[in-house]
Design a protein around this ligand. Structure first.
Ligand code: GTP
Ligand code: MG
Length: 404
């Protein structure tokens, strides 16, 4: 399976507070020295910390329980108990935490190094000397520590990139990322080559650079789970601008644009408000005449208002223009806001989803191999679970594969 994990559910528990002590001081000369029980220590917190060196949640895939330690009890001579050790969960920048039962949003980490206390450790109880009063000079009572807090937490990674690529499968998204950045995404002429998001840093003029995210392709009906569904759209939710890629080989450019926009809206209506740049890819496959005709056609269409850019990742034509346009858009004040309201997630949908057993995971790896060797039959039109999109029935295995 892929090493890119963007959804984990973990069970967290903070530490209990240590109990206060109910100790009485006594020695040879002073047999009734009075209460001197110290306070208990605080239980450990469970803390989320954004670590810029991480890029997936894979390190949490098998560490499903995070328990902070309990505070120690108070001692004699008013001595404090030791605080429980905190548990720090390191997560990539852009991680969002939800309640694992209700799906309600808890917090998000957007700045490198940012720390958020997810579950507070229980306070330590007060020792008996606090309760000494003129009428009760020898209280035997000391406070117990506060109990620990338990909560199931879902962590979802929403990649932070400046520009998000949106397009149908085979639009040339990965090819564009590989030609403008040092990223090496897989590129091939079958749909759904990209199964997990890729990030690249694009260098443009004057030492400026920005981050571009390539996500798996979207098809009509993706909101119903067709193709790879919309599960990867969360990775462009926080991008400042969206770059729509439509290949010039497409039969109906306007329709393709409308379908993409519609799927985005169905996923999260806020995505409609983001700035969009539209670019037509693969112009090298058209002759100059054909290209001119297409440009004239586009000029008369509703897309003309969006000033589309015609480019080719293969010949490199207009790549600089595309980069400059993106940089210009990124620097416009209204595009700097990447705040987005995180809607509660549907926990049940994830819970009911079939989680592959290790044996099935092995099979998935096998079928993935078939995908790469086989011929794609057509776009899937059934609701697919994230792990099952490598459905071998969608592919006709190559001759040599069917032999073994
Ligand atoms: N001639 C030409 N072919 C291109 C260009 N860009 C991409 N291609 C080809 O188009 C095919 C698909 O390219 P990808 O970059 O894998 O497309 P994608 O949008 O990432 O596709 P998915 O990952 O499946 O969603 C590959 O065979 C590329 O070689 C281009 O500018 N010109
Ligand atoms: Mg791709």
């Amino acid at each position: 399976m892929s090493n890119f994990i963007d959804y984990v559910k973990i069970f967290c528990r903070s530490g209990k507070g240590g109990p206060g002590s109910s100790h009485f001081f006594r020695n040879r000369r002073n047999p009734k020295g009075g209460p001197d029980g110290g306070d208990g220590g605080r239980g450990g917190h469970v803390i989320l910390q954004a670590d810029p060196s991480l890029w997936t949640l894979i390190h949490l895939k098998y560490a499903r329980h995070v328990f902070a330690s309990n505070g120690e009890g108070g001692g004699h001579s008013r001595s404090f108990g030791k605080d429980g050790a905190d548990q720090i969960i390191k997560v990539p920048v852009g991680t969002v935490a939800y309640d694992g039962v209700t799906g309600e949003f808890i917090c998000e980490l957007t700045d490198p190094g940012q720390k958020i206390v997810l579950l507070k450790g229980g306070r330590g109880g007060q020792g008996n000397w606090h309760f000494k009063t003129p009428t009760n000079q020898a209280p035997r009572y000391a406070q117990p520590g506060e109990p620990a807090v338990e909560r199931e937490i879902v962590l979802e990674l929403k990649v932070l990139a400046d520009v998000g690529l949106v397009g149908f499968p085979n639009a040339g998204k990965s090819t564009l990322l590989s030609s403008v950045s040092a990223a090496k995404p897989q590129i091939a002429d079958y749909p759904f080559t990209t199964l997990v998001p890729n990030l690249g840093i694009v260098n443009c003029r004057d030492q400026h650079s920005f981050c571009m995210a390539d996500i798996p392709g979207i098809i009509e009906g993706a909101h119903d789970g067709k193709g790879l569904g919309l599960q990867f759209l969360r990775h462009i939710e926080r991008n400042s601008i969206l770059l729509f890629l439509i290949p010039v080989t497409s039969d109906d450019l306007v329709h393709e644009y409308d379908v993409l926009l519609n799927e985005l809206k169905l996923y999260n209506p806020e995505l409609e408000g983001k700035s969009r740049v539209i670019a037509f890819s693969k112009i090298d496959v058209l002759s100059p005449d054909e290209l001119n005709k297409l440009k004239e056609k586009v000029a008369k269409s509703p897309l003309a208002a969006l000033h589309p850019i015609f480019f080719s990742s293969v010949s490199g034509e207009n790549l600089d223009l595309l980069k400059d346009t993106l940089w210009e858009q990124l620097n416009q004040a209204q595009n700097k806001i990447v705040e987005i309201s995180h809607r509660p997630i549907n926990i049940n949908a994830k819970q009911n989803a079939h989680i592959p057993t290790p044996q099935e995971e092995e099979k998935i790896i096998d079928t993935q191999f078939i995908i790469q060797k086989g011929t794609f039959k057509g776009l899937p039109d059934t609701e697919l679970h994230p792990g099952i999109y490598e459905d071998p029935n969608l592919f006709i295995p190559d001759e040599e594969d069917s032999n073994d």
